[in-house]
Design a protein around this ligand. Structure first.
Ligand code: AHR
Length: 323
């Protein structure tokens, strides 16, 4: 069994435990959560799940919405340190620029857990990271395309996530690795859509205009489902059929993408669980109780979903989870 598989199993188990009766108690603990913002349906679900997990464990959660700005996140984290919180959760909007504030948290002996994105900073500055392997996510999406086009020529346009964020960097890398051996597939245009639906639509409109009204585009690879949903609208507005004329593959597995897959307007998505907080609270409970050092990187599963995976049912299973 590979190390990735072992970590994925450990993370699923942690998720299962944390959402059930065995969730570890953190009654009375104060935890600051610096969230990026609400750029996507997935982000909204992560916020809801974190609030719910905190409530179940008796955590007093101090929530700070950074409106996509790193400076706001740094300010919020400094505020949490000044308040003397027991722990800090942070979903870092970009990878760089964290060293100073993480050092301040460490000096104040406040453990920090990173949620869903990574940082370029020494590992000893945070207790743990709960995230997917974003390179794997890109590879899963790319491999789906390689298998689906089965040797036919395919020109791909790519909607990248937020510039400088680890999911944008890693999902690009993973996809490129997967198609590297397929000379029939090439990325002809790549631009950021900032993980939002509106920007995804706007950038896709530009791609379509630049590529012969979309006739030269075989597939769109979007780093998240929200941008894919925006792209689907742009494809329809151009008089083309998303899912047929232009294949659509993306990442997150939010309810709206399952509606699109069920309607034949999207083809595949890679699941990212919004429950990063469950495993994070588990490691914090153990650490705050007796100093137990957790695994540094807790990796969540990256499962592919297509039309063969009951998209209507998947929509029903997710629709009330806060997306
Ligand atoms: O970091 C995770 C990514 O951030 C999600 O895929 C995306 O939807 C979000 O905004």
């Amino acid at each position: 069994m590979s190390i990735i598989t072992k970590l994925a199993i450990a993370a699923s188990l942690a998720t299962a435990l944390s959402s059930g009766a065995m969730a570890q108690d953190l009654t009375g603990k104060v935890v600051g959560f610096s969230q990026i913002g609400s750029e996507s349906g997935w982000r909204a679900a992560e916020t809801s799940v974190t609030r719910q997990q905190a409530e179940e464990r008796g955590v007093d959660l101090k929530f700070a919405d950074a409106q996509q700005k790193q400076e706001n996140q740094i300010k919020a984290i400094r505020g949490f340190i000044a308040q003397g919180v027991d722990a800090i959760l942070v979903a870092p909007v970009v990878a760089t620029g964290w060293e100073d504030v993480l050092t301040e948290a460490k000096e104040a002996e406040i453990p920090v857990v990173l949620l869903d994105r990574g940082v370029d900073a020494p590992e000893d500055l945070y207790l743990a990271s709960v995230a997917s392997d974003q390179v794997v996510e890109g590879r899963v999406a790319g491999q789906w395309l390689v298998d689906t086009v089965a040797g036919a020529d395919c020109k791909v346009v790519e909607l990248q996530g937020t510039v400088g964020s680890t999911p944008a960097i890693n999902r690009k890398q993973g996809f490129e690795e997967a198609i590297a051996g397929a000379s029939n597939i090439s990325i002809i245009r790549s631009q950021t859509g900032d993980f939002t639906r509106s920007k995804g639509k706007e950038v896709m409109e530009g791609f379509i205009k630049a590529e012969n009204g979309g006739a030269d585009i075989c597939a769109v690879y979007a780093h998240n489902d929200d941008m894919a949903v925006g792209a689907i609208q742009a494809i329809k507005d151009a008089g083309l059929k998303p899912g047929t004329d232009i294949l659509v593959v993306s990442i997150d597995a939010v309810p709206d993408i399952f509606t699109a897959i069920a309607a034949g307007e999207a083809n595949a998505t890679v699941e990212l669980t919004p429950n990063m907080a469950g495993p994070a609270f588990d490691v914090l409970a153990a650490y705050l109780a007796d100093g137990t050092e957790p695994e540094k990187f807790i990796i969540t599963e990256s499962k592919l979903y297509t039309a063969a995976d009951d998209p209507a049912g998947e929509y029903e299973r997710r629709k009330d989870l806060g997306y």
